[in-house]
Write a protein that binds this ligand. Structure first.
Ligand code: LLP
Length: 421
């Protein structure tokens, strides 16, 4: 459920007409709903009720500080994967003891920044990385909590580019080698082994792969405890998928997921961390764009819109589907027609949808790309020298620009010209 609904024939973001935001900030832009962000966070939080737990929002999904602050004030921790994310979370007021540092290749500099600023734990991804974390911690006279990310070799049954839990993927250490790696970790004075981390992929639409992974984590917990390690925290990653269409095949709900966690891991008495990104932010944001031209091609009509693959890359990158709806609600019974919906960027890949049935649209009409809150703005670029589009946050009947559109000069003046030119 989200808070982008038609009311009196027009699309609203909570209590604000989307067209009013468009008039104020220009198109294209992203708009997020505070109520949807909070609702999704609370669903997870409540799903783990009864277990000691922390929901650490995977801020890679949408990392604007206003979003982070909204979630942090509701009690969320953060999962970060770079120094930039760490600093952004801190700037948004998140304390170090609520920040989990994940990521496949943390550099010594990143590790140092987090150790100095405070960090809840590092999720270690490899043995060489573990050595570096230990070395930096020792150099700073600290002992840092760590979990080790294990790769459980399960098929997440999701898009190949976002599956991470098969043995051929670059993530974590093979679960079969875990006991050796933990034994070595226990000898390193800068590290305190506290738990296990696992994340098998993103946009999972079934619980079965989670179950397979968590059963393996439960077994490993018992083994490691028998080996003498104190395993008190399990980080279960993110990955629960969202409905990208309004059909019936909706992914499982956070409550089902929570029940699975309790069933597979509850008996171990560990503190549970989860790192959802998409399910918190995905349906809490839309991208609004304007039709520039309707072009009648050979055998097909194109809607050429002012948003493009640089603003929302998911369709080009993962063949992802986003529902696209007009901001003015179509009349009941209006006859739809198929359009190819494309951006102005000079590549055929700049196509949001092919032969998508839409009510008749004309130049100047506004459309909304639904489910664009996660991996939308954060993956945007300035390709074709198109300035990054603004982000807006709605709260009830208020809205605020939370990242303004840069001017062309701001974008251009970031370049510096060498002396010899
Ligand atoms: N934890 C770790 C260690 C991760 O790598 C990820 C996502 C998450 C948590 C959050 O997963 P989520 O709950 O959002 O599924 N750009 C792609 C998605 C990449 C996901 C990368 N890792 C997309 O647009 O579909």
């Amino acid at each position: 459920m989200d808070h982008f609904l038609y009311r009196d024939g027009a699309l609203y973001a909570e209590d604000v007409p989307v067209a009013e935001i468009a008039a104020a900030v220009g198109t294209p832009f992203y708009v997020y709903s505070t109520a949807t962000l909070l609702r999704h966070f609370r669903l997870f939080d409540e799903a783990l009720d009864g277990m000691d737990h922390l929901v650490c929002y995977a801020m890679k999904a949408a990392s604007n500080q206003a979003i982070l602050k909204t979630l942090a004030q509701a009690g969320a921790g953060m999962d970060v994967v770079s120094e930039g994310e760490y600093r952004r979370a801190r700037a948004a007021g998140v304390s170090g003891d609520k920040i989990v540092f994940s990521g496949v290749g943390k550099t010594a500099g990143e590790i140092r920044t987090a150790l100095v600023g405070g960090v809840r734990q590092f999720n270690v991804e490899s043995e060489p990385e573990m050595e570096v974390i230990n070395a930096v911690a020792e150099e700073l006279g600290k002992v840092t909590p760590i979990t080790i990310r294990v790769n459980p070799d399960v098929d997440a049954k999701t898009h190949a580019k976002i599956a991470t839990g098969k043995s051929e993927n670059k993530f974590g250490i093979p679960i079969a080698r875990a006991r050796d790696v933990y034994a070595h970790a226990a000898t390193l004075p800068g590290l305190k082994v506290i738990g296990i981390d696992v994340h098998i992929g993103s946009q999972l639409t079934q619980l079965d792969p989670f179950e397979q992974a968590y059963v393996k984590v439960a077994e490993l917990t018992e083994q490691l405890r028998a080996d003498g390690h104190e395993i008190s925290r399990l980080d279960l990653g993110g990955g629960l998928g969202i409905p990208y269409t309004r059909s019936n095949d909706a992914p499982p709900l956070p409550t089902d997921y929570g029940a699975l966690v309790k069933r597979t891991l509850g008996h171990l008495g560990c503190e549970i961390e989860i790192e959802p990104g998409r399910l918190i932010a995905g349906n809490a944001g839309i991208m609004v764009s304007k039709v520039i031209y309707v072009k009648n091609g050979e055998g097909r009509d194109f809607l050429i819109v002012d948003g493009a693959m640089n603003d929302l890359v998911r369709p080009a990158m993962y063949e992802a589907h986003h529902d696209i709806i007009p901001v003015i609600e179509p009349d009941v019974g209006v006859e739809e027609q198929p359009y190819d919906i494309v951006g102005p960027v000079c590549e055929s890949g700049d196509t949001f949808a092919k032969q998508r049935d839409m009510p008749p649209l004309a130049a100047g009409d506004l459309i909304a790309f639904r489910s664009a809150g996660a991996y939308g703005a954060v993956m945007s670029s300035e390709y074709n020298s198109r300035p990054l589009i603004p982000e807006v946050l709605v709260h009830g009947d208020q809205f605020a620009v939370i990242r303004p559109r840069p001017t062309f000069d701001e974008m251009i003046n970031r370049d510096t010209i060498p002396e010899w030119l």
